[in-house]
Design a protein around this ligand. Structure first.
Ligand code: IMP
Length: 181
């Protein structure tokens, strides 16, 4: 799908992200210390870099699973209807679960996924989001842990895409669209 020309302005450096992920992992570790197993559920695809860094900071018995929910497709607007494209492989009944999300924007995705997972009756279910855009929220939900609150800007990098591009940037950057000729 063609996109308008754009440039990317660095918003959060790789170093700042790494320090924050380490701090979040310490808090998450303290919460789940003593668990027999923590099922870390990443929301595909945007959380794949965050979850990879997060689990390597967690000195706990961890199992990794993924859910894929619909998000923006190739546009920058949220579709309020959330669909599950790929469900969990493992069981979470009576398990400790950590949901790892890239961005909480309107909040529909996280609310939908948390609802589905709660119905499976985990022992404890907590959520961590790398980024939060509180001014965009349309439903009342907040992750238990948030990496960074950011303004209403479309961002890419560290796993997050615009039309499937820029996921491999090591930092988070804001997309600035250029006027077309
Ligand atoms: P929500 O359901 O509106 O909260 O949207 C959550 C999902 O939308 C995130 O998991 C992202 O995949 C996507 N998203 C939200 N904001 C951005 C952005 O700035 N850049 C890229 N994807 C975004």
């Amino acid at each position: 799908m063609p996109t308008r020309p754009y440039v990317i302005d660095e918003m959060i450096s790789a170093k700042t992200i790494a320090a924050r992920v380490e701090a979040l992992a310490r808090e998450i570790h303290d919460t789940f210390q003593g668990t027999d197993k923590l099922v870390v559920v990443g929301l595909l695809r945007g959380s794949f870099v965050f979850i990879a860094d997060m689990v390597r900071e967690l000195d706990l018995p961890v199992e990794v699973d993924f859910i894929e929910a619909t998000s923006y497709g190739d546009s920058t607007e949220s579709s309020r209807e959330v669909r599950i494209l790929k469900d969990l492989r493992g069981e979470i009944h009576d398990r400790d679960v950590l949901v790892v999300e890239d961005i909480v924007d309107t909040g529909y995705t996280l609310r939908h996924v948390v609802g589905l997972l709660r119905a499976k009756e985990p022992k404890r279910l907590k959520t961590v989001a790398l980024l939060d855009k509180p001014t965009r929220r349309e439903v009342d939900i907040k992750a238990d842990w948030t990496g960074f609150e950011i303004p209403d800007e479309f961002v890419v990098g560290y796993g997050i895409d615009y039309a499937q591009r820029n996921r491999n940037l090591p930092y988070i950057g804001a997309v600035r669209f250029l006027a077309e000729e």
